[in-house]
Design a protein around this ligand. Structure first.
Ligand code: ADP
Ligand code: ASP
Ligand code: MG
Length: 414
């Protein structure tokens, strides 16, 4: 019998009526002749509320306790979903991540899945159960509860689909699929029928939260094909897969925006070996991740070094760097929150020129100032003022004709 893994996100199980809707969909899938494993997120807003509660109790809650707390969100949701299926005359059972055999490393709040032993899931499927698994959580080999980072139910679903060798993996959410830009930012964004793992990975990393980037990375590594689709409509979604030759014809697949950014510039850094090492060792020792790093060429014997990081890490980074700036002989530091990153992504950039110039020209015409630029093989990202990001995204989306594919002359370089 075919085995299908279906994941339902927070909004899809946000109310009792929506949970009943999910229960009906799971039952329909089973009655169509499939074994069904459901992965369920906490009801919409619950994880944020639990985090807020923890912050009210403690400025810096211990991560072990945070995981114990956050895991309750998914635990409530799976029990309610299984109850809803049973109430409709079905046969369902809920399992925590630990009971489902999901073993992780010891990094609380951002644990990585080490292995999955889905023995119990197989036994329950053989007994005709719909197996409802808690997303976002696992257990260390020592039996400690862990969570997999925000959006981690996507990773649970992909990893279970790989471990169970599922015939299909469907990620049900509150939009119809992966769009050319967040439809909440660009209302005329269009749904894509397919997307290459690498493109979705770059879009997720650039702020498109429709899929967790670690989940996409896992899918690419283990070749798990999946579909992102609506839990509220019965329409085809977006299929994520290894790239095919014709995918390169589309130069820019999508535009991503990330408003959770802050920017720090250290000015007048002496142009000698070791300075960048000192700065970023201090940042990494505090377990902070940086995103873009941009350094100017030195003409006068000093350079300016800028980088971006998550705005929640901004205060701590500033505090750590303030005493280091005079120590390395730099002239000063400017720190700015209220910035955003806008990225254009597409594997077609490898073989087409003109993307950077079109982006910069479009932002110039929209009177949007670019503060930093960085590129990868299939992405160009700029940092701009947060207040301008929606306008910039709409202008960029239009400039690349994203409702219809745009062609540019072929050339090896950008
Ligand atoms: P879930 O709770 O189902 O996991 P999320 O809120 O994590 O859902 O992700 C879905 C949301 O992602 C959408 O409501 C949408 O606003 C946002 N989003 C951002 N970028 C995109 C994009 N390119 N395509 C589709 N949705 C996007
Ligand atoms: N509930 C978790 C979160 O809000 C996991 C998820 O929704 O995927 O991040
Ligand atoms: Mg999500």
């Amino acid at each position: 019998m075919p085995l299908i893994v279906q994941k339902y996100g927070g909004t899809s199980v946000g109310t009792p009526e929506r949970i009943r809707n999910v229960a009906r969909k799971l039952l329909e899938t089973q009655r169509a002749g499939n074994d069904v494993v459901a992965v369920i997120s906490a009801m919409g807003g619950v994880t944020d509320d639990l985090l807020k509660l923890a912050k009210e109790i403690s400025q810096k809650p211990t991560e072990r306790e945070l995981d114990l707390l956050l895991a309750t969100g998914e635990q409530s949701a799976i029990a309610l979903t299984a109850m809803a299926i049973n109430a409709l005359g079905g046969r369902a059972i809920s399992l925590t991540g630990a009971a489902a055999g999901i073993v992780t490393d010891n990094f609380h709040t951002r644990a990585k899945i080490a292995n999955i032993t889905p023995r119990q899931i197989h036994a329950l499927l053989a007994d005709d159960y719909i197996v409802v698994v808690a997303g976002f959580q696992g257990q260390t080999p020592q039996g400690e509860i862990t969570t997999l980072g925000r959006g981690g139910s996507d990773l649970t679903a992909i990893a279970l689909a790989a471990a169970l060798q599922a015939d299909a993996c469907q990620i049900f959410t509150d939009v119809d699929g992966v769009f050319t830009c967040d439809p909440k930012v660009v209302p005329d964004a269009s749904k894509m029928d397919e997307i290459a793992y690498d493109e979705l990975l770059e879009m997720a990393g650039a702020g498109s939260k429709v899929m967790q980037s670690r989940a996409v990375e896992f899918a690419k590594k283990f070749g798990v094909g999946f579909e992102v689709r609506s839990s509220l409509k019965d329409t085809a979604g977006t299929v994520a897969k290894e790239e095919t030759p014709n995918m390169e014809d589309v130069v820019v697949r999508g535009v991503s925006v990330d408003c959770n950014q802050a920017k720090i510039t250290i000015c007048g850094v002496p142009d000698r070996p070791g300075c960048a090492g000192i700065i970023f060792s201090a940042i990494s020792a505090a377990n902070l991740s940086v995103d873009m790093i941009v350094q100017n060429a030195s003409i006068t014997g000093t350079t300016d070094l800028s980088f971006t990081l998550h705005k929640d890490d901004f205060d701590l980074a500033e505090k750590i760097l303030a005493p280091l700036v005079p120590k390395i002989g730099a002239a000063g530091m400017t720190a700015k929150s209220g910035v955003a990153k806008l990225s254009v992504v597409g594997i077609g950039m490898r073989s087409h020129s003109g993307v950077a110039s079109r982006l910069f020209q479009c932002l110039g015409e929209a009177d949007v100032n670019i503060q930093l630029i960085s590129t990868s093989e299939i992405k160009i990202a700029v940092v701009i003022d947060e207040s301008e990001v929606d306008r910039a995204a709409r202008a960029t989306h239009a400039a690349f004709g994203l409702s219809r594919p745009v062609t540019l002359p072929s050339a090896p370089a950008r």
